[in-house]
Design a protein around this ligand. Sequence first.
Ligand SMILES: *Cc1c(COP(=O)(O)O)cnc(C)c1O
Length: 507
Amino acid sequence: MATAHLLHPSSLLPTSKSKSPSPHHHHLRRPHPAITCTTTPPITSPPLPPFPPPLPAAKFSAKYVPFTSISTATPTSESYSLDEVIYRSSDGGLLDVHHDMDALRQFDGRYWRTLFDSRIGTTRWPYGSGVWSKKEWVLPEIDAADIVSAFEGNSNLFWAERFGKKFLQMNDLWVKHCGISHTGSFKDLGMTVLVSQVNRLRKMNRPLVGVGCASTGDTSAALSAYCAAAGIPSIVFLPANKISMAQLVQPIANGAFVLSIDTDFDGCMRLIRQITTELPIYLANSLNSLRLEGQKTAAIEILQQFDWEVPDWVIVPGGNLGNIYAFYKGFKMCQELGLVDRIPRLVCAQARNANPLYRYYRSGWKEFTPMKAETTFASAIQIGDPVSIDRAVYALQKSNGIVEEATEEELMDAMALADSTGMFVCPHTGVALSALIKLRGSGTIRPTDRTVVVSTAHGLKFTQAKVDYHSGRIPEMECRHGNRPVSVKAEFGSVMDELKKFLSEKR
Ligand SMILES: *Cc1c(COP(=O)(O)O)cnc(C)c1O
């Protein structure tokens, strides 16, 4: 008992505020506020500085610029208003939302930290959302009345104490549960931004008959929910038989027009891109850089949850590869605007059955070859030709990043181990946890490194995969951490016998 308490990071907090930070300051870690508030006595905090009144939102602005103007720092005059319907630059490349950083820089890092912290849990529309609490950095010019939000973000940063200690000798491992959200995945963070902007465009009488996407499941779930909330038609292209039942039923229930197409995700993506050039349907795939503006707030939120201390590693499962760049962008903006002084090293984790980025990385970034992705339990990342490949490479190179991969057995075992310590994670989180296990095994990630694993969807969307695993029904997989229910007759003696057997096995 006492030892468990001693190991709790809150017991390592300095008792006196006058103590200067020691070289081991990073050991004096404050856990997540949700943990401290019940376990530590109230600490009188120093008075906050007088709160600076925010500038009128109109002073901040953002526009689309070619992604290459950022990645290669080539100056360009090419830019587009966010009110234009455009997905590609003039040379066919990706676009990026570029904020007027000089305007944002009129306020120092302390200002932004205080502003963002002041909005946690607020009832003031729209700032209670984890995305819109950073509105000035996301879509500065949109009217609050046009925003379509479901209180997304503010997701739990879970101290994975038992998983870390039991399996990895780590004491500072955290899981960012982005899937604990309105539709059960991090896609909500981006979709609130995209659908809000479409809502604005429709109010400006732009001829947009609806919003469409190709999806491996979670994008269509988020799109259809936010569109339904705003009364905007949604159209989703899904690969037949390649997504979970829960993911399929979400857009159906939300009233989307659902096309189940006999191809894979990459096939659906090609079709929707052709269709949206012919019809006034707004394209909601992450080719669309608006979504990444919302997704990047998860990175800012992680820093905020650590009281603006920077973790050493952040591990993100990647498929179409927008999210890994969104995390980079969120961290980088915090550094550039003085909220923190460095950024974490990023790890992108892929399923071996869909690992084009991993192969590219292993070739020393020499040769990128799209592949045909094979079936994986991590179905949301079964993508062989990722749209955001250039964004991912940039994010990894700029963050001294690493790419790892996981076999089906590795990712399912990792998921089961995480669940056995009280989580209930999706197979994609299993991919990220497998990457962590490998990087701990090689010593790349050290026992004391503060590490965040990004959990991308809610485990309840993937119950079939878990049922298959625990019943040992997966071909060529040992399912070594399976937990099978014991069938027993409905009589006292039989139940007692089983319990005695169980208790003696447990010592
Ligand atoms: C979309 C998704 C991913 C992959 O994100 P990308 O931006 O496509 O790399 C990972 N996990 C889940 C659960 C997802 O829905």
